[in-house]
Design a protein around this ligand. Structure first.
Ligand SMILES: [Zn+2]
Length: 640
């Protein structure tokens, strides 16, 4: 069969539109989507025609109103406010003239859409703009407005970028499709997170394309050589990259991304919309903290903005072409909000690579378990953070009981509790855990405080309740979780001192390993009193203050930003609870591999300390009798 080229397909779609009486004024590829501008506003309201075409052509189709038919912005805004019932709680309206799109941010998006889409259809009919509705965060955060305004300011630039991506994806292939089907030539090169945790980056090369999976840093190290992926390897070239795909918004998976933009990368970055928002937050904070502490900053906030302008968001399960011979699908990884398992379908389904990123194989309080069923699977790349023989977590129920009993005892003795948390993921998991404890009356009614980045990260969670576990979705949507009256945000050191002098309370604060931020400031205030307690609920990397305390240090030497050395005596109770992890433990990883469907032909183990990687690899090889590999940094694996 002769394959239809992109241009042929585009012409055919236009012919089909015309045969249906539709007037098309412009047509482009934007990324892998086909975009049509039309003078027929009914096409905006009635999506059936474009949906039919999209289905038969297996290509996303976007319809936009031609400029000549749109109402001007002021009039359109007036009409929006008139048509949408006030209980929708519209908070912002953003116009994107180049896209012919208006984004309405509202507290109740359902009201803007109306029953069966009645209100939104009427809106589009009247104003002749394409309308998109987004949920307003239940917590005020400047970060989302900053991001949306960035896109409004660079509307035109962004469209040009999307068009150039479209052209690149549809470039003529070097090999014919038939030939590609018979010639597998896929190479994986490990630039980071190989026999270590941190700086995740895997280069995937085919005969036609080159794609990078993740682009992280290794936190806690000062040397650029060890803390960044091995970009110096000769396989790697920024110019050849077709795309970068980010599995989730943790620094060890995305912290080096703006660095590539600083050095000239201008191609697309694919990730979920939630990962995009969280990534903007944590990358900005990363640079801020480095600056404040007087460290070298590897890139600027301008580089972060450039990065964000090159993100192409993809929802879970949406199939998209990212190069002439690679299709991409993101699936839920269950690790943090927006985290993805990356599925690459290479050469018309010839070879399927699935990369778990960080994944959680069972349900957590916050998220549903990772996807385990795929259409096809040849090579599986799996993380092994907790792949060692002793890595068996207590169940979440057991962890919850222990957590509650520490809180109860401390509070009854008049003590205060500090829980250092990473801002994204564990912080929200602990907020759900605390809610459950209070509902079951396992702990007394004491105030809960959050400080540092937790506040903004939680705000982003309230925008996307449907991506959270079904068990908490409604609670988040209706403000019964994360924004309840017993939770307060602590903004500065004065407020921290106030709660340190008050009665029993719980503070969830960043940094999660006590490497600075409000968690360390608060520790200094409460460390001397043995009635107080510190609870670790996340992994403490060797060398951090958190790890030293966890290992039993009673006297700490701390260097202040101005170079003075302070001594901190640890007298408060120190506890560690392992059952709240967003990673899979050894048992969960193994049962995931029994469950995964279809079974892979080859497993590659990465993202773990060397002893854990070796243990898990040997175990999997003996259990499943298939090829199991544990590459080192710089190793290239050819997939046949
Ligand atoms: Zn992670």
């Amino acid at each position: 069969m002769v394959m239809e080229s992109f241009e042929e397909r585009q012409k055919r779609i236009i012919r089909e539109f015309i045969s249906k009486g539709v007037e098309i004024t412009k047509a482009y590829y934007e990324g892998a989507s086909l975009v049509f501008y039309t003078k027929n506003p009914e096409l905006l309201e009635d999506t059936r025609i474009s949906e039919d075409l999209a289905r038969s052509l297996k290509r996303r189709i976007i319809i936009r109103p031609d400029e000549s038919i749109r109402l001007d912005e002021a009039k359109a805004k007036e009409l929006i406010l008139k048509i949408v019932p006030p209980e929708a709680g519209i908070s912002n309206i953003y116009f994107y003239p180049i896209l012919g799109e208006v984004v309405i941010e509202a507290a109740k998006p359902g009201v803007v859409i109306g029953k069966d889409g009645k209100v939104i259809r009427q809106l589009m009919h009247e104003i002749k703009w394409k309308v998109r509705v987004v949920r307003k965060p239940l917590i005020n955060t400047p970060i989302i407005h900053k991001l949306r305004s960035l896109y409004v300011r660079h509307d035109k630039e962004r469209v040009n970028f999307l068009r150039s991506v479209g052209e690149r994806i549809s470039r003529p292939t070097i090999f014919s499709k038939d030939k590609l089907r018979n010639l597998t030539w896929i190479r994986l090169t490990f630039l980071g997170a190989a026999r270590e945790v941190g700086r995740s980056a895997i280069l995937v090369q085919t005969r036609e394309s080159s794609v990078l999976l993740d682009c992280g840093v290794k936190p806690g190290l000062n040397s650029m050589f060890n803390s960044y992926p091995a970009f110096y390897l000769e396989n790697f070239s920024i110019e050849d990259l077709d795309a970068i795909i980010i599995s989730h918004a943790h620094l060890d998976h995305c912290g080096a991304l703006p660095f590539l933009f600083k050095y000239g990368y201008r191609g697309p970055v694919y990730c979920t919309p939630a990962t995009r928002d969280l990534m903007f937050l944590i990358l900005s904070d990363y640079i801020d903290v480095l600056q404040k502490e007087g460290h070298y900053t590897p890139y600027t906030s301008k580089d972060i903005e450039t990065t964000m302008l090159h993100v192409i968001p993809l929802d879970y399960n949406e199939v998209t072409d990212i190069s002439p011979d690679i299709k991409l699908v993101l699936r839920n990884a269950g690790h943090i909000l927006g985290s993805s398992i990356i599925h690459l379908n290479i050469g018309e389904g010839l070879h399927n690579v699935i990369y778990t990123g960080d994944f959680k194989a069972t349900n957590t309080f916050l998220l549903d378990a990772a996807a385990s069923s795929f259409p096809r699977l040849e090579t599986l790349i799996i993380e092994s953070t907790y792949g060692g023989p002793n890595d068996v977590f207590p169940s979440r129920e057991e962890a919850l009981k222990r957590f509650a009993s520490i809180i109860k005892e401390t509070a009854e003795n008049g003590g205060k509790l500090l829980i250092p948390v990473p801002a994204v993921g564990r912080a929200q998991e602990m907020l759900v855990a605390l809610k459950i404890c209070k509902e079951r009356k396992l702990i007394p009614e004491i105030p809960i405080y959050t400080s540092g980045l937790v506040h903004d990260a939680t705000a982003i969670h309230t925008m996307r309740p449907s991506m959270l576990s079904r068990r908490i979705e409604k609670d988040v949507m209706y403000g019964k979780l994360f924004v309840t009256e017993d939770i307060d945000h602590i903004k500065n050191i004065d407020e921290l001192s106030e709660i340190a002098q008050g009665g029993p309370s719980i503070l969830l604060a960043t940094n999660g390993m006590l490497c600075g931020g409000p968690s360390l400031e608060y520790l200094k205030l409460i460390a001397a009193d043995p009635e107080n307690a510190l609870i670790f609920v996340s992994y403490q990397i060797e060398g951090t203050i958190g790890r030293q305390i966890q290992d039993g240090a009673k006297l700490l030497k701390l260097t202040t930003p101005d170079g003075r050395v302070e001594t901190l005596e640890i007298k408060l109770g120190v506890h560690t609870i392992t059952g709240f992890s967003g990673h899979s433990d050894l048992r969960e990883t193994i049962s995931y591999l029994y469950r995964i469907n279809p079974k892979p032909k080859r497993i590659i183990v990465n993202h773990g300390e060397i002893s854990k990687i070796m243990y898990l690899s040997r175990y999997l090889h003996s259990k499943f009798k298939i090829e199991v590999l544990a590459p080192s940094i710089g190793d290239t694996i050819s997939l046949q």
